[in-house]
Write a protein that binds this ligand. Structure first.
Ligand SMILES: CC(C)(COP(=O)(O)OP(=O)(O)OC[C@H]1O[C@@H](n2cnc3c(N)ncnc32)[C@H](O)[C@@H]1OP(=O)(O)O)[C@@H](O)C(=O)NCCC(=O)NCCS
Length: 165
């Protein structure tokens, strides 16, 4: 698996998200989130200078993640991999990348909320050593087609790794 993962990584490139990426990002978001973020939600994250990453696999847009950093905590706000690129380690790579950033920023943990019904994402987090630390009742608001839903709160402790600059 380690060999597979390092070969995969040699085909993956990261860069910061720009407004021009939002069409592709929204395509993933609308196809996978029952109550998708709007374009404005993503624009606000860009304006606030959150850690907004674009992942490219073999030169093609494959995924994204959005993380906000506070004093000692990284909060993963959104993550998505295009459906044709799933189940090959790219979601794991996005988590690894943001964990590295969290360490360099001096964070002590990475936290996130996930829909109780989102088995794929829950498995991704568990496989990557996130632990469930809470439940937020009816955290996700209802929409015309969906009921309110609880969020599971996951957290992973990370060890600070100051970067020399
Ligand atoms: C959740 C999500 C980001 C996971 O992305 P992904 O790229 O499929 O993640 P990975 O490939 O790293 O891991 C997913 C699974 O693939 C498996 N996998 C990884 N590499 C593999 C390989 N080479 N061969 C076969 N399976 C593999 C993992 O073991 C894992 O299996 P499991 O789900 O049975 O535990 C993706 O499903 C997604 O975008 N979902 C919609 C958006 C979403 O729900 N976001 C979360 C909001 S909280």
């Amino acid at each position: 698996m380690a060999g597979y993962y390092s070969r995969l990584m040699s085909k993956v490139v990261y860069r910061y998200m720009e407004e021009d990426d939002l069409k592709a990002v929204l395509e993933i978001e609308r196809a996978s989130n029952p109550v998708p973020w709007s374009e404005k939600n993503f624009l606000d994250c860009l304006k606030k200078d959150y850690y907004c990453l674009i992942q490219e696999y073999q030169g093609k847009f494959s995924g994204f993640s959005i993380t906000s950093f506070s004093l000692d905590e990284a909060h993963l706000l959104n993550i998505g991999v295009a459906s044709r690129f799933r189940k090959r380690g790219l979601g794991t790579s996005l988590l690894d990348k943001l964990e590295l950033a969290a360490k360099a920023m001096g964070c002590k943990k990475v936290v996130l909320e996930v829909r109780k019904s989102n088995t794929n994402a829950i498995n991704l987090y568990k496989n990557n050593n996130f632990k469930q630390v809470g439940l937020r009742k009816e955290y996700y608001r209802s929409s015309p087609n969906y009921e309110k839903e609880d969020a599971l709160l996951f957290s992973k402790t990370v060890k600070r790794k100051w970067m020399l600059i």
